[in-house]
Design a protein around this ligand. Sequence first.
Ligand code: WT7
Length: 663
Amino acid sequence: MGDEDTELEARLEAQDVFEPPESFVEQANVSDPGIHDEFAANWPDCWDRAAEMLDWNTEYDQTFDGSNPPFFEWFTGGELNASANCVDRHLEERADEAAIEWVGEPTDEANRTYTYADLHREVNEAAAALREMGVGEDDVVTLYMPMIPELAIAMLACARIGAPHSVVFAGFSADALATRMNAADSEYLITADGYYRRGDPLDHLEKANEGLAGVEHDTDTVVVGRLAANGDGFGHDLTETQHDYDDLLAGHEGAEVEPVARDAEDMLFLMYTSGTTGEPKGVKHTTGGYLAWSAWTSHSVLDIKPEDTYFCSADIGWITGHSYIVYGPLALGTTTMMYEGTPDYPERDRLWEIVEEYEATQLYTAPTAIRAFMKWGTEYPDRHDLSSLRLLGTVGEPINPRAWKWYYKHIGDESCPVVDTWWQTETGGQMITTLPGVNDMKPGSAGPPIPGIDAEILDTNGKQVDPGRAGYLTIQKPWPGMLRTLYKNDERFVDEYWREYSDTDSDDWRDWTYFPEDGAKIDEDGYITVLGRVDDVLNVSGHRLGTMEIESAIVGVEGVAEAAVVGGDHDVKGEAVYAYVITEDGYEEDEELRQAIIAGVEDAIGPIARPEQVIFTPELPKTRSGKIMRRLLEDIANGEDLGDTSTLRNPDIVEDIRVSVQG
Ligand code: WT7
């Protein structure tokens, strides 16, 4: 490093507040510092601002209906269609502009551009094909697809005919697919024959078929020939209830399907996410509130303009891709990028190559990716001209100041604001973040709640904690993008998110408080630092994994008697899965069993849940009342001092486990 660089590093390191660049503020969609007060003073009518971003078939009568807490409703009486808002309404001005720029993993494959006219054509044809297959309004269609344009098209086609979609991340296992299709009574599946990973074609249809075998009802399936189109298919024969996507669409060439007018509160989609119990939660999002939320935050936080080329590197299989690859950006009529592969294939500069080639204006990624970029070194971004970038964003987990500053300097050249956006599958979109054209940035802290959001940090008694002290993050008022319930499980919805901090007997909405199950602290300026989950949910590479789900996969393996899963610190993934396992009598604690356990987890959930370490132990540390001491297992995983363990039922075991992990 040269002297100049060292000086710069030192300056950056010492700096803990960053002003938004003047050049950014001048052109920002939102730059009026008064917006925070204005929204606070006009709640809930402030949210008309979000609804106004959409085209409505029927105007709504009421902005907010809090009469039946916590089943809140927004924009009641209004009718609209999400696909019309994301596609049709842009045709007049942007028919020939790119809606989706898709980049496949193989570098020798032609990239694909879908203009708004192309998107309109294919969404209509797909909608007509789905209808013909029997998909009716309110039928849940499961999408189990890799990052190909047909995924976004299928979502919009479903939205067009009022069929809620349930996207299952392609990296999830066959079992995970079956569980979700069964839970949603979903009779339709759209999938693909495969995709590319690090240069190799991957057989996805085999996994889908395996999943279908575990579905309890009859199904119809549509298969996109992603690999077959390149001559790389695996030669699966389609069954009678499986249809080739291209063939289906060819039967509907030029079809036009009138977008179904959906009630604002009608379900747009379901998204399954992990919770404390083994059973995934089906988060229900609505057409009006969710779409308004994703559009408004794309406008105010990501500063998206129609002429931008906006790049979010997430997978559409997660909520980030729903809100900030598909719905938000397309509602604003911009160009949204989709990339099939990983950032390090064929080389570690792939993302930077894409940014340069497409002159991307925003990049929205995850701290885990940024930590990997840091590890790989600056030579990769340095090879490319990244000057088209105007804004950087992160999401998914806390970002430490060092990674923030690296991103700000080496990717943003100190001229792009960085938005550290806290939100969840359940919130539908961003909730706590600086507005890039308004607020100063403090690396490591997400920032204030966005205008109109009221967040407080409370202790276990519901009292606000002092600035600087750790407490529990709560959201005091409802917002349009919030989940409406857990699919077919209102009771669990109330228990999971409301019971902790609400007066659940009250029918006054003001007595209800949303609890996201995160710990946090706030500073004197109202900036919130989110500390992480306070439930038994891990955050591995920005993905949510329930420890119970992993444990039940492990105890399903022959030879395992008991298991406890905790998160251990990991420099790239953030958290890694540590599995403590007790074997059944007569089974060896050997490599074979270790591999069977890893395979068991991959089969039940997917490779993302793969244990980093499997630790065999004769016992688990337990309290006198028999509760597993997870905290202790975490401390062991992290090589920390264990303190006093004498109150345990079995104190000796701790030292044995510690030695086997820490050596
Ligand atoms: C959990 C939600 C939001 C889309 C991707 C993840 C953690 C998310 C941040 C952030 C600190 C964050 C929280 C949250 N989280 N963003 N900027 N800073 N923590 O969605 O799978 O529903 O997970 O991710 O713990 O509760 P998700």
